[in-house]
Design a protein around this ligand. Structure first.
Ligand SMILES: NC(=O)C1=CN([C@@H]2O[C@H](COP(=O)(O)OP(=O)(O)OC[C@H]3O[C@@H](n4cnc5c(N)ncnc54)[C@H](OP(=O)(O)O)[C@@H]3O)[C@@H](O)[C@H]2O)C=CC1
Ligand SMILES: CC(=O)C(=O)O
Ligand SMILES: [Mg+2]
Length: 771
């Protein structure tokens, strides 16, 4: 069941919404007649003429310099074999996605119906005017060698067959580090390479150029050990044919120090590994499944270092660690190719990075306390944001030093900064937030667990280790949905309030104690407790869960009421509020209040601003707050501008340490220059606001919904602010992704509250002065 389910998830991931994984997005304004006249005819003729005069200007006026072609003919797709160009497209789109998120490189993936070498070479050669670089991918050996050699000869842009050189670079970095840890000298190690294709041949060549001895290397293909007595060997296999009297992989592995697998799944046994020399190194890199399963390998002996190509085990030796950064460095200096010094520089940079102390973000990303150089960390993790600076800069320097750069970098600090900036953006923050949640997952009770979307979200947060779900509802109904939809929620606690008389009584009594002077009798409290929002809130109140998620099937008011009655507000806060984190192209922007306070007074606006300020700071973001209206600093005298102006005055007087200003119009708040040019005195003149306080619920609510629906931003929220313990309410009809995001926020909220983060300032409160 589990496999079917995972497979279906992968299919859904690719097919849902816009099919596939990538799209093309314009980078210039396109909203007026003038824009179009510039973008296309007649304006476009001007850059055409410039480029016609001076070809190099193509880098100045077009996207060529940041555009890489990922090209395959589908003849060696992962370890799946010759499955054809169409079937290779998901992998190529996947590479496009990785190029973009890890190095901000744009990709067109091109799947060619061309297995003939001449035809393939002539098609790719003709593409040179379009691209800044070419990543050849999943093209089988031996054709791939000739294809790459010929293209490098005739093209003047970087061309790299990644299965050859990317794999060689990454695995060489890992091999150098593994040798160091196992106290082996590269010149002496006995290496067995299983596979004699694109990856295996290039890896072997690179190991030799780093000091390994060809006579110590034995290579195998499907027919076993490649011996120099074999007939009709193609020249690349012949290069590694051995004179030793060996025929099978099992024989070759006896007393070997290193196993390099670049072949196919499950062709190595535990017995074979047991026969290797002491402290062996095993890189089983076939994708998607390695030559020997990770668990089987590590249980075969204790002294080995084990790596695979997979992301779900330690030591992922996968070319994703290299290609984004190698091309980034090559493009940035407009290198004419990717040569040996650039490859060696990448090897060294990757190997060295693994020995440096790991930033907290990387520990968080992998939910580990202290990742450090050792047998289970021989190579950096793909989510390590230092890769872009360390590897790209090393590659760029090597290109300049070896004389193949057409653009010289002189200010390396500025280049490092530029590289870091490329990793910004909305996904980066959501990834960081998710990683923080994973570092210390919490128990989250789902009040509406008899709903497929909720169960699906529970499955995801469980699988991703974001939270420990607790499901509330009728057990049979929940089990039935789980079975019908093939979800995997074994071991997850399901609680049916009706089967919990003791809890019911305890919670009802507590509610009665809290509300007896507000019109609730014990009978009524018992009746209310049948509502799972009351029951779930009580679990949170009694510490039997850390947070509750609800609201998918009920309106906001009826979900928030139980939380307010049972849990109540933080000390000093007498009014909760709702905030959205809008993931915009300019980064995250926080909106408040979007869900609770209909028409706040001046003081309530002040309180709301303080609550938002504290909440945004918890995301490790310095809040830059604009109080919005339809007027700029007194330019209009309406009731709303006046209210906002007064709130700003109070904030400036009483909280001068907060970066807040207003009243101002929304475009002035978020523009880079409008405020500076027109109101240079503003406290926000230097850079745009990231937190927007709306004058009333209407405007906040309309603004976020418009942005969301127009596809301008993903909305994460509403994040309920001001409750003593975390209850978060998703919007009626939210998507699974939105629910998962909300759970992530809820876990973060628990972490913040449990860390004893005492409010620096109280939020929506009137008791500020007493605190
Ligand atoms: N982790 C990573 O980053 C990367 C991993 N890989 C993996 O490496 C593998 C090979 O890819 P690539 O070189 O591009 O493909 P190729 O098609 O060019 O080469 C495949 C080679 O593997 C050999 N082979 C296949 N099955 C076996 C087996 N059971 N025993 C011995 N040899 C076998 C083939 O032998 P024969 O010549 O007899 O047909 C051939 O030599 C794939 O699984 C791929 O996923 C590739 C690139 C990067
Ligand atoms: C990772 C990769 O490129 C492959 O397996 O082919
Ligand atoms: Mg590949």
């Amino acid at each position: 069941m589990s496999k079917i389910n995972r497979k279906q998830d992968a299919l859904d991931y690719h097919s849902q919404g816009r099919p596939g994984k990538i799209e093309v997005i314009p980078t210039k304004p396109t909203n007026s007649q003038r824009d179009l006249a510039l973008a296309y005819s007649p304006g476009v003729a001007e850059p055409c003429l410039k480029i016609a005069d001076h070809k190099e200007d193509v880098y100045k006026y077009t996207a060529k310099g940041n555009l890489v072609a990922v090209i395959s003919n589908g003849t060696a797709v992962l370890g799946l074999g010759n499955i054809g160009p169409e079937a290779s497209k998901p992998v190529m789109e996947g590479k496009g996605l990785l190029f973009k998120i890890f190095a901000d490189i744009d990709v067109f993936d091109l799947e060619l119906d061309a297995t003939n070498v001449d035809e393939f070479v002539s098609i790719v050669k003709a593409l040179e005017p379009t691209f800044g670089g070419v990543n050849l991918e999943d093209i089988k050996a031996p054709e791939c060698f000739e294809i790459e050699r010929r293209l490098k000869e005739v093209m003047n842009i970087p061309v790299m067959h990644d299965d050859q050189h990317g794999t060689a670079i990454i695995s060489a970095a890992a091999l150098l580090n593994a040798c160091e840890l196992q106290k082996k000298k590269i010149a002496q190690i006995k290496i067995v390479v299983n596979g004699a294709g694109a990856a295996a041949i290039s890896c072997s060549r690179l190991y030799i150029s780093l000091g390994a001895k060809k006579e110590n290397l034995v290579m195998c293909d499907r027919s076993g050990v490649i011996r120099n007595t074999r007939e009709n060997l193609d020249p690349t296999k012949a290069e590694f044919a051995t004179a030793r009297n060996l025929s099978t992989l099992a024989e070759a592995l006896k007393d070997a120090d290193v196993f390099i697998g670049l072949s196919s799944a499950d062709c190595v046994t535990a017995e074979m590994l047991k026969s290797m020399a002491r402290n062996p190194i095993v890189f089983a890199m076939a994708n998607p499944n390695p030559e020997i399963a990770y668990e089987l390998a590590v249980s075969s002996r204790k002294d080995l270092i084990m790596a695979t190509g997979r992301s779900d085990y330690p030591n992922q030796v996968n070319n994703v660690l290299g290609f984004p950064y190698i091309f980034r460095g090559a493009l940035d200096v407009r290198a004419t190719g990717i040569n040996e010094p650039m490859k060696i520089a990448a090897v060294r940079a990757i190997a060295e990075l693994a020995k440096k102390s790991v930033p907290e973000a990387v520990n968080m990303a992998y939910n580990e306390r202290n990742i450090k150089f050792g047998k289970e960390y021989i190579i950096p993790k793909p989510m390590d944001s230092r890769l872009i600076t360390n590897v790209s800069m090393a590659v760029a320097k090597a290109a300049i030093d070896s004389g193949i750069a057409r653009k010289i970098i002189t200010d390396w600090d500025a280049y490092a900064e530029e590289l870091k900036q490329r990793l910004g953006g909305d996904d980066a923050i959501m990834r960081a937030i998710t990683n923080k949640a994973k570092s210390d997952p919490k128990r989250v009770v789902f009040a509406e667990a008899d709903n497929y979307k909720i169960l699906k979200a529970a499955q995801i947060v469980k699988d991703e280790n974001i939270a420990i779900p607790i499901l509330l509802g009728n057990k049979e109904v929940i089990q039935q949905i789980i079975e019908e939809t093939a979800l995997e929620l074994e071991g997850v606690l399901i609680i049916d309030p009706f089967q919990e008389p003791e809890r019911m009584a305890k919670y009802s009594e507590s509610l009665y104690q809290k509300r007896q002077r507000k019109g609730i009798t014990l009978f009524e409290a018992t009746k209310l407790m049948r509502d799972r929002n009351y029951f779930g809130s009580s679990m949170v109140e009694f510490g039997e869960a850390d947070a509750m998620i609800s609201g998918l099937t009920k309106n906001y008011a009826s979900t928030i009421k139980p939380a307010l009655q049972i849990i109540g507000t933080e000390a000093g806060v007498n009014r909760v509020a709702g905030m959205y984190m809008m993931m915009t192209k300019k980064g995250p922007v926080f909106f408040g209040d979007t869900t609770v306070n209909v028409d706040p007074t001046v003081q309530e606006l002040v309180d709301l601003t303080l609550l938002l300020e504290r909440s945004v700071a918890k995301f490790n973001i310095q809040p830059r707050i604009a109080l919005l209206s339809y007027s700029n600093f007194g330019s209009n005298d309406g009731v709303v501008p006046q209210k906002v102006r007064q709130a700003v005055k109070i904030l400036h007087d009483k909280h001068p340490e907060i970066l807040v200003d207003g009243e101002m119009q929304a475009n002035f708040a978020i523009s880079n220059s409008l405020l500076k040019d027109n109101f240079p005195f503003s406290r926000l003149a230097e850079s745009p606001a990231n937190t927007l306080v709306f004058p009333n619920l209407e405007s906040g609510n309309i603004a976020y919904k418009l942005l969301q629906e127009l596809g301008e931003a993903e909305a994460v929220g509403p994040i309920l602010l001001g409750l003593k313990k975390p209850v978060h309410i998703v919007q009626l009809g939210s998507s699974v992704r939105e629910i998962v995001n909300m759970v992530t926020i809820a876990v973060l909220d628990v972490q913040g509250k449990q860390a004893g983060a005492k409010p620096k300032r109280t939020g929506l409160l009137r008791k500020t002065s007493k605190e």
